[in-house]
Design a protein around this ligand. Structure first.
Ligand code: ZN
Ligand code: ZN
Length: 216
């Protein structure tokens, strides 16, 4: 895999490992609050709005083949309840761990770490570039994993009324009388009878014709 596109140390999601050094075992802890990048979450379902604060706590550990990054991200996500469609907010806490390898230590590090490592795994590897690494793809994967695929406003959200679409949590006693529906049907029938008998036959013929076509 080619190194990432040139990293910009001014990007808040790009971290510098120079201070950590390359002595295996060296540790560094970092806290940083960054603006959420675009599309941080499950698109169209729930996610952290672009620009919202994301609190990062990172632990950088220098190892033979690179820098092992372990961390936590905390943010508030926004979405919509899948049952009642009300807007909702939820706290996300995402944990992650990722190895950023030294490009020049690639071969040696790989052999030491796992002799059976294959090319497929290699493509997923992330590399340090001039001692910098980009946390964004790691953060994105971790946040997506931490978010619910089916967010609900409350665990027992009863959803919407199938008859009229009212939000049942707002109106627990909500119901429709079956009698009302029958009356409505009768009233509809009475209305169509009033339309006149001469239309009735032609209407029935037309319907039968449509039915035949659909069956073929
Ligand atoms: Zn709901
Ligand atoms: Zn209803």
């Amino acid at each position: 895999m080619a190194p990432n596109a040139r990293l910009d140390h001014r990007n808040p999601l790009v971290f510098d490992t120079h201070e950590l050094g390359r002595r295996p075992g060296a540790l560094q802890r970092l806290s940083r609050t960054v603006d959420a990048p675009k599309d941080l979450g499950l698109q169209g379902v729930v996610g952290v709005p672009e620009g919202a604060p994301v609190e990062l706590e990172l632990r950088l550990e220098s190892v033979m083949e690179g820098v092992l990054v372990t961390g936590t991200a905390r943010a508030q996500a926004e979405g919509e309840c899948v049952r009642c469609l009300e807007p909702l907010q939820l706290d996300v806490e995402a944990e992650f761990q990722e190895m950023f390898s030294y490009p020049d230590a690639d071969e040696r590090g790989r052999v030491t770490a796992d002799p059976d490592d294959d090319a497929e795994d290699d493509e997923d590897r992330l590399f340090l570039e001039d001692g910098l690494f980009d946390l964004e793809p790691v953060l994105r994967d971790a946040v997506v994993l931490a978010l619910p695929m089916q967010p609900v406003c409350q665990d027992d959200c009863p959803g919407l009324c199938s008859e009229c679409g009212a939000r049942l949590a707002d109106d627990p006693d909500h119901h429709h009388d079956a009698v009302d529906i029958r009356w409505a049907a009768l009233q509809g029938l009475a209305g169509s009878l009033e339309d006149g008998e001469k239309d009735e036959m032609s209407g029935a013929d037309a319907e039968a014709g449509v039915d035949e076509k659909q069956e073929k």
